[in-house]
Design a protein around this ligand. Structure first.
Ligand SMILES: C[S@@+](CC[C@H](N)C(=O)[O-])C[C@H]1O[C@@H](n2cnc3c(N)ncnc32)[C@H](O)[C@@H]1O
Length: 256
């Protein structure tokens, strides 16, 4: 999955994924393995978090996270074929649960998860028909099932100009941080970088990345960390009516 323009729409179709998973019975991690992402995941998602992995596919990342100490991960995918295979594969790993679900209509309660991880799922929706509508439904659902202060982490090939406009939710804005990391096996990955991946990259007003990184660099992956606002539950006291204000200035009657 690399480009949206001119892309066949298959990646957005349930039948495409069912077919693919019927043929590929092994495991495959898109873009990055857990090892490359661990510093970022560990920084934003404590191991005690109640986690949701959207569009899990047959990736090994959830298993690797459990082996690294994560306690519960609910995994969902639109393909019943892959969900059945993963339930069977991980029947002896109770920390991992699998359910068939469409990310655009999640069967979970409001605020059920501390963190949501998405590696390549949003990208496949962006390759489908009605991509902007699908993306908006997904972001609405992801925000709904996140706790206040919760984190949605998106790992994608999409640079800020093609991702930020969809991630920004108009109804309730959230803080978005961006991290950039080299694609495994790329020249950038071999050369190494002095910049730790845990250091967020600043974004210009025009959604460019400054001199260090160029947009549409095929050797980069982007990690967007969207943090749901932590609404202060303590509402300010209601304004007193003017008649009440006057009476409250009076001294309390003294007992004789
Ligand atoms: C590019 S693969 C990524 C798989 C895995 N996350 C990984 O990192 O290797 C995209 C996954 O999203 C799933 N998917 C596509 N549309 C979906 C939807 N509307 N709801 C839930 N899962 C979906 C596909 O079945 C597929 O497993």
């Amino acid at each position: 999955m690399t480009k949206e323009k001119g892309q066949p729409q298959a990646y957005g179709d349930e039948s495409y994924w069912d077919n693919r998973y019927s043929q590929d019975v092994g495991s495959f991690d898109w873009y990055q393995r857990y090892g490359g992402l661990a510093p970022l995941i560990n920084m934003y998602m404590p191991k005690t978090n109640n986690l949701l992995m959207v569009g899990c596919g047959n990736a090994v990342i959830s298993e690797d996270m459990v082996n690294d100490g994560y306690q519960t991960i609910m995994n969902i995918d639109i393909s019943q074929v892959v969900i059945d295979a993963m339930i069977e594969k991980y029947k002896d790993m109770p920390q991992l649960q699998y359910q068939r679900m469409d990310v655009r209509s999640l069967g979970f309660k409001d605020g059920e998860f501390d963190s949501i991880l998405d590696k390549g799922m949003f990208d496949s929706l962006m390759c489908g028909s009605s991509a902007p509508t699908s993306a908006a439904s997904m972001i609405k659902e992801v925000r709904r099932v996140l706790k206040p202060g919760g984190v949605y982490m998106l790992i994608t090939y999409g640079d800020p100009r093609v991702r930020i406009p969809h991630l920004k939710s108009e109804e309730a804005p959230w803080e978005i941080k961006l991290h950039v990391l080299p694609r495994p096996g790329s020249k950038r990955a071999h050369e190494g970088t002095s910049r730790p991946i845990t250091e967020p990259v600043s974004l210009g007003e025009d959604l460019t990345l400054g001199p260090t990184f160029k947009l549409e660099d095929p050797d980069l992956h982007y990690v967007y960390v969207c943090i749901k606002e932590n609404v202060n539950p303590i509402a300010p006291p209601p304004e007193k009516k003017s008649s009440e204000k006057k009476s409250s200035n009076k001294k309390a009657p003294q007992k004789k």
